[in-house]
Design a protein around this ligand. Structure first.
Ligand code: RIB
Length: 297
């Protein structure tokens, strides 16, 4: 039986504008295209895991609106259990306004219903956390709720993975409680300000974009290089890495094997437009590995 993974996190609709030119203050420019697709770090991580066949539940909130309905149907269709997603009345579903340009992407988030994930709501879902093997979290929902979920996970001896994005000050107690931290380079530097850096470094799997992934094992840095692919959209790459890492751990892989697997999943994700569209199934990964002569883990 597959192990159970629970994600607690944000659910957004991504409103994406592609442009050749980023407007300066007071300037209007013409974009080249616009599309709407599902996103949010929590939902992205849950979908990444679901596409890999995981038994996955998502704890979160959507608004009582059209985006909320669409996102709930989409999550269910992709195989994510939506039993622990609350619909909040008179609040909009979270959105991310994303600008994609040749150089990079920039994102404005309106949290909406995501802000309604309270410690009290998390307590209501203690059972589902207790029944999980892994709890995966990010920081796009209120920190107090994240702290409560980690506390409950520890109470029930559930392994905790925290993707500290977007980065914000965290208590040393929270950092001590999690088993793995998966920051990007910028987030990792910030993390060191919030607690004992040697303790933090030992828990970090640091994603470095085109420079690959690194982590410490027996006090030595292990580095996994990135895979060369045609990059169309980097949105959601970190999320798919996190989802895949959790799935690999749940299947008994060690940290290095899990990083190798998640690195492939992250690479495939950026070859499509949209956070979730490019997230691969096992079949896609298998074909990619065969073509590249990469061992399939
Ligand atoms: O990590 C990418 C995600 O960040 C996007 O899908 C967007 O919704 C924002 O939450």
């Amino acid at each position: 039986m597959p192990k159970k993974i629970t994600v607690l996190g944000s659910i957004n609709m991504d409103l994406v504008t592609k442009t050749d030119t980023i407007p300066k203050v007071g300037e209007t420019v013409k974009g080249t295209s616009f599309f709407i697709n599902p996103g949010g770090k929590g939902a992205n991580q849950a979908i990444a895991a679901a596409k890999l066949g995981a038994d996955i539940s998502l704890i979160g909130c959507v608004g009582d609106d059209e985006f909320g309905n669409q996102l709930l149907s989409h999550l269910a269709a992709e195989g994510v259990s939506t039993d622990y997603i609350k619909k909040v009345s008179n609040v909009s579903t979270g959105i991310a306004s994303i600008t994609l340009s040749a150089s990079d992407n920039s994102i404005i988030i309106v949290s909406g219903a995501n802000d309604y994930i309270t410690p009290k709501l998390v307590e209501e879902y203690e059972n589902i956390i207790a029944q999980s093997d892994i709890l995966l979290l990010q920081l796009e929902v209120p920190l107090l709720a994240v702290e409560k979920a980690v506390e409950l996970a520890k109470k029930h001896e559930v392994l905790v993975i925290l993707n500290p994005a977007p980065i914000q000050p965290l208590s040393e107690n929270l950092l001590k409680s999690v088993d793995f931290l998966i920051p990007n380079e910028h987030e990792q530097k910030e993390l060191f300000k919030y607690g004992n850096s040697s303790m933090i470094a030992k828990k970090c799997i640091t994603t470095r974009g085109s420079k690959g992934v690194s982590f410490y094992q027996n006090d030595k840095e292990v580095h996994i290089p990135s895979l060369k692919v045609d990059v169309l959209d980097t949105t959601g790459a970190g999320d798919s890495f996190n989802g895949a890492f959790a799935v690999a751990l749940s299947e008994g892989k060690d940290t290095k094997e899990a990083c190798h697997f998640a690195n492939i999943v992250g690479a495939l994700t950026v070859t499509n437009l949209g956070a979730q569209t490019g997230m691969p199934t096992r079949k896609v990964i298998q074909t990619f590995c065969k073509e590249r002569g990469i061992p399939f883990v």
